[in-house]
Design a protein around this ligand. Structure first.
Ligand SMILES: [Zn+2]
Length: 129
């Protein structure tokens, strides 16, 4: 016998979907994904040391020679090239000199502490100008 208080079909059962949270991937522009594309498109590349602040030009052709055209500088760091510094440098890229530099880090562990870095050190700052 049916419940006299119910009129019409019963509501559908609740569906509970449980899944792992998706890893949040930043949307990198195509020009920033590999050093091969950077070389083809004349993308400007720099590295900045987390410890001493040294800002260096990086030639995409050098990275292509060292790692291959498909290598990505995103979330990669290398040893600082300043003599006497044992810091790690991360990469920054810009499409043109008059556009903003984009930090090529997405890994939260690598991004952590970026706000507390020393000011960029360039030839100009070393000369006191
Ligand atoms: Zn350094």
């Amino acid at each position: 016998m049916t419940d006299p208080g119910s009129a019409g079909p019963s509501p559908p059962p609740a569906i509970i979907v449980t899944r792992m949270p998706a890893k949040i991937e930043p949307l990198w522009p195509r020009w920033a994904k590999t050093v091969g594309v950077m070389l083809q498109r004349n993308i400007l590349l720099r590295s900045q040391c987390r410890r001493c602040g040294t800002l260096m030009r990086v030639e995409p052709a050098d990275l292509v020679a060292r790692h291959g055209a498909g290598w990505s500088p995103i979330d990669h760091q290398e040893r600082c090239r300043m003599v006497g510094c044992d810091g790690a440098s991360y990469y920054l890229a810009a499409r043109r000199i008059d556009t903003a530099w984009r930090v090529l880090l997405a890994d939260p562990a690598l991004i952590q502490g970026l706000d507390d870095l020393p000011a960029p050190v360039t030839a100009r700052t070393l000369r006191g100008g």
